[in-house]
Design a protein around this ligand. Sequence first.
Ligand code: B3K
Ligand code: ZN
Length: 881
Amino acid sequence: MEDTKPRAIYLQDYLPPAYLVDAVALRFELGEESTRVSSRLHCRRNPDFPGEPQALVLFGRQLFLTSLLLDGRQLQPGEYRVDEESLSIPGVPESFCLEVNTEIRPQENTSLEGLYKSSGIFCTQCEAQGFRKITYYPDRPDVMASFTTTIVAEKARYPVLLSNGNLVEQGELDGGRHFATWQDPFKKPSYLFALVAGDLVRIADSFTTASGREVQLHIYVEQRNRDKCDHAMRSLKKAMRWDEQTYGLEYDLDIYMILAVDDFNMGAMENKGLNIFNSKYVLARPDTATDADYQAIEGVIGHEYFHNWTGNRVTCRDWFQLSLKEGLTVFRDQEFSADMTSRAVKRIDDVRVLRNAQFPEDAGPMAHPVRPDSYVEINNFYTTTVYNKGAEVIRMYHTLLGAEGFRKGLQLYLERHDGQAVTTDDFLAAMAEAGGRDLGQFALWYSQAGTPVVQAQGSYDAAGRVYTLKLSQSCPPTPGQQEKRPFHIPVALGLLDLDGNDLPLQLEGETAPLGTSRVLELRAAEQTYRFVNVPSPPVPSLLRGFSAPVQLQADYTEAELAFLMAHDSDPFNRWEAGQQLASRVLLKLAADHQAGRPLQLDEAFAAAFGKTLCDSDADPALLAQALALPTETYLAEQMAVADPEAIHAAREFVRRALAEKFRHEFAAVLEASARSGPYSIEPAAVGWRSLKNLCLAYLMTLEEPSTVDHCCRQFQNGDNMTDVIAALACLVNSAGPERQQALGAFYEKWREDPLVVDKWFTLQATSKRPDTLEQVRLLMEHPAFNIRNPNKVRALVGAFCHGNPARFHDRSGAGYAFLGDRVLELDRLNPQVAARLLGALTRWRKYDGARQELMKSQLQRILAAEGLSRDVYEVASKSLA
Ligand code: B3K
Ligand code: ZN
């Protein structure tokens, strides 16, 4: 048993490939039973491979090998070896042509990795290692080849045949079949390969690049979705323009294609010239998609487009370098969205994701560095650490080098490595060189896991007019890393005077002040900064814009937090001060709840909240952010032993208490918003809707008939999905008969639209009502639910396990057992989705003894199951380790 356990792969074992592939010609014959794949590889020995010539090893999984020819000669079974994972051929010549013929069964492929079918459409997902489920190949990113792909299929069922690059030939064949041949002029790793065949409609547009080339833009969707592509197309053109203007980067092919499919493991995939998208990130119409959906579409369309340079033109040497392309591309899409909408709101949203998902990951058993040292299953490392913390690391280069230095560094990196597969060290070297900076210590952000804690202590000397700020840092241990070295941390800060204005900042030894907001570079375990000519005791505004992914511990009084909330010139820190104040109040109430003490609304907090709510000059979008309480997930992280019940009780109490206290003020906002104009997707309108719907949600906690009425009217008459779903979300938590009526009406109206039905599932799965788990179980039997569709699983099961802490962590353990059942059920169909879901149990050590036992027993039960995937095995075993 011992030796059949999946084994880890280590970064330190990296060796360059023994053989290179210069060109590959693929031919697919797509059938209803099986698909024939023939692949002709032009290979040669890699001159950079250290040591003796080796056997040629090609990776392959779940393939049926029909024939193998080396330089035209059929190989006999004794001349090669095939096992579960690979095909090896010893004694191959210096350079040769290999023809590999295999058969696969895409129709039976429920893992949605490799070639598979989604609602009658053939499509592929090859990153990270899906290509090896299509044919035997050196499926690793440092083998880059020119691809020519011929697709043969029945014309009536599959009129559209697509692959990467340019269409070079097409025509009719016998038996009602046709073919198309595509050629990609750019060398690429196999993970960027894509193939599509289906009955699709094409939305066409074009884009003229800065240098005057015309690029055809095609979005392919099923006929029923043709009226939902405008926003995606607009977003694509905006992204193309933005990358030219911001970084001087132009698109490089004459055609850019996007396909939307319903069955997809993640958001989307940046295949060269042919992106494949989860339809959730393409399709939108005002009546079917919310403002958040519109924003996510713009972000993901941008993300995949930006990969064309950061990922495709310059790719990763090995999968340990994943953040090289992902962190960088997330940073690029964040900046793009910030420029298209509101920078401050975008920053707040991004930091929320970091704190609600990445900080917990960094504090749990799956913690890993931005550049991991090892993995069992690479699909488990498409994490919020690699993506979102990776983006924060890129943001810190930007902060340290400045916008211009960063732009130069990026240009140097892309010029130097165009067409190569490289490492995060190569990226850092280009940044250091362009910025003229020593980034040796900065490299620790890639190799050390864990969220650093930065402590700040200030003191003011009135006689000397000196403000002294002491910053210290430490980082908790993470799996395999007990001791950490100090990080290089950019701490952006300002000092506020008694009136709340920014003071000029002059450090001891400087001849004049240098601005009112500046970046301190904390490099040692402890550093002291002395600001001179400070006329009065200041309130420091620390870590402005969240300049580093750290936990800041500052000894603010509640009065100081309220002061920063009202006056800080940095909008992020205004929001942050409010969140810190609210967290203190909520955590104190959670403790009261645990001790059985009566709950009381903190007066100072209520006053600060009221002041914010009544600030009529405030930007509605920022106001909505400021008035939203910290999430239950965030609050749980702040407790030594998380108590989901106490947190839920405290948070609901505060919501109701605030609603009671400010019912007129909330109602006034609702009224004002009614005058905010007709539906539009412009940021100002989005801001008003978010504020209005937040106020509605507060008021609905009181369930007063007039509010319920208002809510029902908004549900019935809303002309956009944002308003409709916001109203429905309130009704779903309510006790009245409106709940069932609204849910029924909504389903009847939208039953044919899978993405809208997903929202319907999610609202019910995240309901606060005590019978939610029962409802979720029933909904799994609903005809619209399909366990093979990842969007459905995420919308119902994922939303309950990850998005409803109060119900999921029910002390009976029923939520955990439900998750255990689903993980085992899903693992046989789609290991990637199963492993993600299991993530909800990894933090078991954070809970009380009774819950720990219940969670652990599910992990043990899963680990004991026969035939577990590598994906689930890795998460379960590391969680228990
Ligand atoms: N690069 C893909 C992710 C592939 C995940 C494979 N398990 C999407 C993206 O980050 O753009
Ligand atoms: Zn990406």
